[in-house]
Write a protein that binds this ligand. Structure first.
Ligand code: CS2
Length: 474
């Protein structure tokens, strides 16, 4: 018999081991609007907020999906409830989160969305829309206003489906309604994430509603944030196991690791949830935290994914169990990545690295290499280029970059990337190697000075790979 679907009515019937929302959900008011209600938000910001709600009912989350109906279909029939399984070799915890009140589908529900943006009880907008969701040009800073999705939002603001278009219209409505302040926080893996968001949004508003800009300057704040928790995409198998543990079928279930970190720049325009009481940290200078995470965790994650795919390893834990790959990753971290990072004050980078190796080796997480290898042109720019631009040892990082070039040009591995067409054009061209590599470096937004410096070694490693030498050699 299939288990009944998770719902508010059946919470009391769940096993005693399951941790439930310890507050009255009917007393919760909406205080946060979240754009992009994927797995990461559910395993991260929603969990911190759920903890806060036990003492302060002002911070319920209204979720907004931009393109897909999926999150609404998963969560609304469950009254926003979902379960988070956190697990490693030490054991597991299963918790039901009640912080999400409802999910709106932006292009289908413009009136409800306008009402949410105009609600004076909403003080905060958070976003997890992936690196590509900021619609940035190759310089990584300005808005790519020629993108078809941006052009379409500018032409049809009521059907907006990019984060930038939805946010711009929402701000216009809020200003027209009352102009109360707002704190807007990006929770995506981009350095200076909220500052970049602000830049893209400002450029969009200049083209659409420039009258919003003085208010944005005066009344809105965009604190940057560093988020960390490994959240693999669910599979049929993991969903079935979680249903068994929960005693209910949960279409929005999330499986993750016990570790979680959230660092937020202290720069707020509004009252804030006491996320610190739930384990987040507010800091004045976020740059060293962002740098540490992107250039160590995410940088090695991308290398793991690319090398793993080339060696037909399915998951990150599989890569870590492969002696040659593990050794390469350990060396990459120790020799190339660590030395290029300025640690936050009082932080021990070596223990951080050790903890990362243990997290990557967590066999409870089915974190597929293919998931991490998505959107490489966006990710590698953030994760690898700043280290390559430094003056330190870069040999292994250039090998990993050569491995990405090899994956794009010389294999038939599926490419899931916002610049897929450009990459496929290189795959099918018969241009000389140096031209192919230049085209790939251009797609990452690598400037010409850096290209000139990297090219000789990159090309040598790439030619080695083409001649059958494994990327982990040497
Ligand atoms: C991963 C990240 O998919 C990826 O690119 O590197 O999602 C990573 O799991 C998180 O940033 C961990 O906090």
């Amino acid at each position: 018999m299939t288990a009944p679907r998770l719902s508010a009515a059946m919470l009391d019937a769940l096993p005693d081991s399951v941790r439930l929302p310890d507050y009255d959900r009917s007393a919760v008011k909406s205080g946060i609007l979240h754009l992009g209600l994927g797995a990461f938000h559910r395993a991260h910001q929603a969990v911190y907020t759920d903890t806060v709600l036990a003492n302060d009912p002002r911070w319920g989350i209204v979720g907004v999906s931009l393109r897909s109906e999926r999150a609404a279909a998963q969560l609304n029939p469950q009254q926003g409830l979902f379960s988070v399984l956190s697990e490693d070799a030490g054991g597991h915890e299963l918790r039901v989160i009640g912080a999400v009140q409802q999910v709106l589908m932006a292009p289908r529900e413009p009136d409800a969305l306008d009402a949410a943006f105009s609600d004076p009880g909403i003080h905060i907008v958070t976003l997890t829309v992936t690196e590509a969701g900021y619609c940035l040009a190759s310089d990584g800073c300005s808005l790519d206003s020629k993108l078809p999705a941006i052009q379409s939002d500018l032409a049809n603001p009521l059907q907006a489906s990019t984060a930038i278009g939805v946010l711009a219209r929402g701000l216009k409505r809020r200003l027209d309604a009352h102009g109360a302040p707002l704190t807007i926080i990006s929770c995506d893996n981009l350095g200076n994430n909220s500052t970049r968001l602000r830049g893209a949004l400002t450029a969009y508003l200049e083209l659409s509603w420039p009258e919003v800009l003085p208010w944005l300057e005066a009344q809105l704040r965009f604190p940057c944030s560093m988020v960390d928790r490994i959240v693999p995409a669910q599979t049929e198998i993991s969903l079935a196991r979680q249903a068994e543990l929960l005693g209910a079928r949960d279409e929005a279930a999330i499986a993750t690791e016990p570790f979680s970190q959230w660092i937020i720049e202290r720069d707020f325009a509004t009252p804030m949830p006491d996320w610190e009481a739930a384990g987040a940290v507010f800091v004045d200078d976020i740059a060293p935290y962002e740098e540490m995470k992107l250039r160590l965790l995410n940088a090695s994650h991308s290398a793991i994914a690319i090398l793993g795919l080339l060696k037909q390893q399915e998951t990150v834990a599989d890569v870590m169990a492969d002696q040659a790959l593990r050794k390469f990753i350990e060396q990459l971290m120790a020799k190339d990545l660590l030395s290029a990072i300025q640690a936050p004050a009082g932080f021990d980078l070596h223990s951080y690295r050790d903890a990362l190796l243990a997290r990557f080796s967590n066999v409870c997480l089915q974190h597929r290499c293919a998931q991490i290898a998505m959107d490489c042109t966006e990710k590698l720019r953030q994760r690898w280029l700043p280290t390559l631009a430094g003056r330190g040892e870069n040999r292994r990082l250039l090998k990993a970059l050569a491995a990405w070039c090899y994956l794009v040009v010389d294999t038939e591995i599926e490419i899931d990337d916002p610049r897929r067409d450009r990459l496929l054009a290189v795959r099918t061209s018969d241009a000389p190697v140096s031209e192919q590599l230049t085209a790939l470096m251009d797609s990452l937004g690598m400037d010409t000075t850096l290209q000139q410096r990297c090219m000789p070694l990159l090309q040598a490693h790439y030619v080695d790979l083409k001649s059958g030498s494994p990327p982990t050699r040497g």
